[in-house]
Design a protein around this ligand. Structure first.
Ligand SMILES: Cc1cc2nc3c(=O)[nH]c(=O)nc-3n(C[C@H](O)[C@H](O)[C@H](O)COP(=O)(O)OP(=O)(O)OC[C@H]3O[C@@H](n4cnc5c(N)ncnc54)[C@H](O)[C@@H]3O)c2cc1C
Length: 455
């Protein structure tokens, strides 16, 4: 029997390990963080803003909000790897596993979605109708615990608090993984390896690729702000879809701007990346605010002489964190347009009460490149043609919000690296997805390819 090592216990690694172990393969999953029960306990004890999720089994966002976007073009493009019919089948399969483990909500497209699509089109925006489920950060941990238990019943071995540190490669083929638990180092022999380390592991993957001579390229950067408005402004739209996806092309620069990760009655949170902070948002099933927040992001691709979008994004975030005195910045859209900073006094005068007060009222124009700021302001004005009031002067903008797209290794359609045989990559860390469903789907693609070869 073949030995398979999966690196990373996020959706990509979990679903790959699920499929392989369900089909009788000998699989070891290596996860650097905590186990699923420990994470569940830690989250239950956290503050209501749900900050500082401890990394571990379940991965990054699986322990946060749990919006499942059941569409092959959201959070990546699955059709890069499989035909549409197979992408749809993979999504249904993932959905069925979540459903069996407690995600009961039905996901239908609202009949009003088509009307919204037409209205948006007439205003020069693109709205993408998709089937969605929202699980909620207070419910999702139990779902992950339940899936985990099923995987273990298939015989999956999980090594927690164990980091993969290196690969053993012989004659162009992977043969093992070096692992480290505490100070103890050892080697796991492997016939196949799936690397799914998420965004947190993307730097490690980059270093590994350089060291092992595996080709790679940088992915695009999505950077911008988190917008916060009263629920009433968004409710006509969020009634149609919980997390509405709008795509905008700005007139001046012809840049791509999009809405992402909408949280009706949700909360804005700050994430600490060590040298800088970035904002995010989430919502819960059982605890609500009066505001809706969403990310509003500009896509940046870099060509010669600098291609490293991660470095560029980090520089912007560091500048924003510097000007925010170590915290994220909040500014009223009206203040940004008027060319002056926000103060608590000005913010307190407006109708939107911030759900994140651990921020510095300031001036986003001092923190971000002019092109990005112009794209954001122009993009919000365009969006307001469909969502009336979203560009009101009291609208709050939190900065920076950043989504780093990891490097993409040179891979085949089966997600196997071109330079090293039997070495596969999946999920966000490998730059092939940006969400729970597509990460899980890429994990399944690698698993099914390995199963085919094992037969
Ligand atoms: C706050 C937040 C909210 C989100 N909300 C949503 C949402 O509502 N809907 C949605 O679709 N997506 C959401 N996302 C994105 C989603 O979580 C990710 O797209 C998804 O988790 C990616 O899965 P992954 O398996 O590729 O990586 P991850 O989930 O990041 O998992 C990677 C795992 O690998 C481990 N690891 C890293 N390096 C190593 C190593 N060297 N050795 C061993 N283990 C390692 C990490 O500890 C981690 O557990 C959210 C993300 C965040 C941060």
């Amino acid at each position: 029997m073949s030995k398979i090592v999966v690196i990373g216990g996020g959706p990509a690694g979990m679903f790959a390990a699920y499929e392989l172990s369900k089909n009788g393969q000998e699989v070891t999953l290596v996860e650097a963080g905590f186990d699923v029960e420990e994470r569940k306990k830690a989250i239950a004890q956290e503050d209501s803003a749900g900050q500082n999720y401890i990394s571990g089994m379940g991965g990054s966002g699986t322990f946060s909000d749990g919006k499942l976007n059941l569409h092959p073009l959201i959070g990546g493009d699955l059709m890069e790897f499989v035909p549409r019919s197979r992408a749809d089948e993979l999504i249904s399969y993932i959905d069925s596993i979540f459903t069996r483990h407690g995600v009961s909500q039905k996901a239908e497209i609202s009949p009003d979605a088509r009307k919204l699509e037409i209205r948006a089109m007439k205003e020069g925006l693109k709205y993408i109708p998709i089937r969605q489920k929202h699980i909620g950060s207070d419910v999702l941990p139990s779902v992950v615990v339940s899936i985990n238990k099923e995987m273990e019943s298939f015989g999956l071995e999980v090594l927690i608090k164990t980091a993969a540190t290196d690969l053993i490669i012989k004659n162009g083929k992977v043969t093992g993984v070096k692992i480290k638990k505490g100070t103890k180092e050892s080697i796991l022999p492997a016939d196949y390896v799936i690397i799914a380390p998420g965004r947190a592991g993307s730097q490690w993957l980059l270093d590994l690729a350089k060291k092992k001579g595996i080709g790679f390229r940088y992915g695009p950067l999505d950077i911008g702000v988190r917008v916060e408005v009263p629920d009433e402004v968004m409710e006509d739209t969020t009634k149609i879809s919980w997390d509405p996806k709008f795509h905008i092309r700005t007139k001046k620069y012809d840049d791509f701007v999009r809405t992402f990760c909408t949280n009706p009655s949700g909360f804005v949170i700050t994430e600490n990346y060590g040298k800088f902070v970035s904002v995010n948002g989430h919502s819960m099933k059982n605890k609500t605010s009066h505001n809706t927040n969403f990310a509003f992001l500009v896509r940046i691709n870099l060509t010669q002489p600098v291609e490293n979008t991660t470095q560029y994004g980090r520089s912007i975030c560091m500048l924003a964190t510097t000007i925010g005195g170590g915290k994220a910045i909040v500014q009223r859209l009206g203040d940004l347009k008027a060319g002056h900073r926000s103060t608590w006094e000005r913010i307190n005068k407006s109708y939107v009460e911030p759900t994140n007060k651990d921020v510095t009222p300031g001036d986003i124009a001092m923190a971000m490149p002019a092109r990005i700021v112009e794209d954001l302001v122009e993009g919000l004005d365009q969006l307001a043609k469909v969502i009336l009031g979203v560009n009101d002067q009291s609208t709050l903008l939190y900065a920076p919000e950043v989504k780093f797209k990891s490097i993409r290794l040179d891979i085949t359609k089966q997600l196997e690296t071109v330079q090293v045989k039997n070495l596969f990559t999946a999920g966000d860390g490998a730059g092939v997805s940006g969400g729970i469903i597509p990460a899980a789907a890429t994990g399944l693609i690698t698993a099914r390819e390995i199963l085919k070869r094992c037969k």
